[in-house]
Structure formats: structure tokens, C-alpha cells
Design a protein around this ligand. Structure first.
Ligand SMILES: Cc1cc2nc3c(=O)[nH]c(=O)nc-3n(C[C@H](O)[C@H](O)[C@H](O)COP(=O)(O)O)c2cc1C
Length: 203
């Protein structure tokens, strides 16, 4: 067994250790709008569900050269964001949207993705995404040091949009039709086509 003390690793090595160990990770394709009205969409895989009642999810957004990424700044300014689920069909556009565009450039224009108005909040949804979760900021926790700060964004889902045919019954989503993509370590991804069922034991 190799024993690693994170304190003795570089930032990059810690990053690769975590993203290679915590796999597969779901991807939140987060759409936001700045206080000046400029739209933004970017992927984040430090993403998970937190609580069902109330329906909370978390996204951890890092920084660039010590400054909050655009999505973090927009969420802090407006208190709103949409989590769009990423299926195989929009995989390449999701990757394209992760490039370091300056705040005055909208990734919607750069990728050709279609913004569609949300119903409860200002940031648009991504029309091509089969599940879009309208969220309001519940809490933003600042973590890390001033060199590489991270925002743990906890959002409450105030409205969910699910494409026709995906919603089965009683909240169930058809994974076969959803075809969500997950993130692995390095630059690797995983499809969600290889699934198996196993019931939990009853005691
Ligand atoms: C699949 C994928 C997952 C990513 N996950 C994260 C993440 O969890 N946290 C983060 O800070 N950046 C993550 N990134 C990088 C951001 O998407 C990238 O820095 C983007 O430019 C941020 O955009 P923004 O400045 O418009 O917010 C990820 C990129 C990809 C392609």
C-alpha cells in the first residue's frame, strides 16, 4: 500500500489524486447570468446531491489565478443558477464550454447551445439538456486559501424540467434514455450504459 500525505503533494498532484479516486463523478452543466446580464455555462464535476427534503445539491467551483471563476461570481451576485444534466449528445459542446472564455463572451454563443428562459429564476436553461434544475442559492461556503479558493455552492432546486419520455413514475428517471456522461480521472469520461440492479437487503 502506498501511503500519501496530501500535505507533501503539489496542488496538481492533490487534484489528480482526488479526481482519480472519486469516480465516476456526475457533471453539473451550470448556467448562470452576470449582474450585467451576460449568460455563462460551464461544467463542474465536484457535484452531488445533498438532501432530498429540501432538495439540495452541491457544486464546488474553484478559482483561476486566485480569482473566482465566472460561474462562482455570477452565483454570488445573483443567487441563482441552473444545473443542466449532460447526456452523450451534448458531450462535445460541454467540453467546448469548459474553455477559459473571458466573462464578456457567452459560452452559449461559442458552443451553439440554445438558451431557453427559466420559469422561476433569471439564468437560462440549456435547451439541449434533457433535465434542467432551476436552483436558488441556499449557502455559499468559501474554502481554501487566497491562492486557490473554492466555493462550495449549495443550491435548492425550485423547479425541475424533465424531457418527455424520461420521467417514468413517482420521480423515477429512465437511465437508458437519459444517457448521462460521468467524469473520471485525467481527461477520461464514462457512459452510463453498463448498469445492473441489486435490491438492498431487508433486516
Ligand atoms: C467535465 C468537467 C468537469 C469540471 N469540473 C470542475 C469542477 O468541479 N470545479 C471547477 O472549478 N472546475 C471544473 N471544471 C473546469 C471548468 O469547467 C472551467 O474552469 C470553466 O472554464 C469555468 O468556467 P467559468 O469561468 O465560466 O465559470 C471542469 C471541466 C470539465 C470539462
Amino acid at each position: 500500500m502506498l501511503t500519501l500525505d496530501p500535505g507533501s503533494l503539489s496542488h496538481r498532484e492533490r487534484y489528480f489524486l482526488l479526481i482519480g479516486s472519486i469516480v465516476p463523478r456526475p457533471i453539473a452543466f451550470v448556467s448562470t447570468v452576470s449582474s450585467r446580464g451576460k449568460t455563462n455555462v460551464a461544467p463542474f464535476s465536484y457535484f452531488n446531491g445533498v438532501s432530498s427534503s429540501p432538495p439540495l445539491l452541491s457544486v464546488a467551483i474553484g478559482s483561476r489565478a486566485g480569482k473566482p471563476k465566472d460561474s462562482w461570481r455570477n452565483i454570488e451576485e445573483t443567487g441563482e443558477f441552473v444545473v443542466n444534466v449532460v447526456p452523450e449528445e451534448i458531450f462535445e459542446k460541454m467540453v467546448a464550454a469548459s474553455a477559459d472564455f473571458p466573462p464578456e463572451i457567452s459560452e452559449f454563443d461559442e458552443t451553439g447551445l440554445t438558451p431557453v428562459p427559466s420559469e422561476r429564476i433569471t439564468p437560462p436553461r440549456v435547451a439541449e439538456s434533457p433535465i434542467q434544475l432551476e436552483c436558488v442559492l441556499h449557502e455559499l461556503v468559501k474554502l481554501g486559501d487566497s491562492e486557490s479558493p473554492t466555493a462550495l455552492v449549495i443550491g435548492e432546486v425550485v423547479l425541475a424540467h424533465v424531457r418527455d419520455g424520461l420521467y417514468l413514475e413517482q420521480g423515477h428517471i429512465d437511465p437508458e434514455k437519459l444517457r448521462a456522461i460521468g467524469r473520471m480521472g485525467r481527461q477520461d469520461y464514462v457512459r452510463t450504459r453498463d448498469r445492473f440492479e441489486r435490491k438492498r437487503p431487508r433486516t
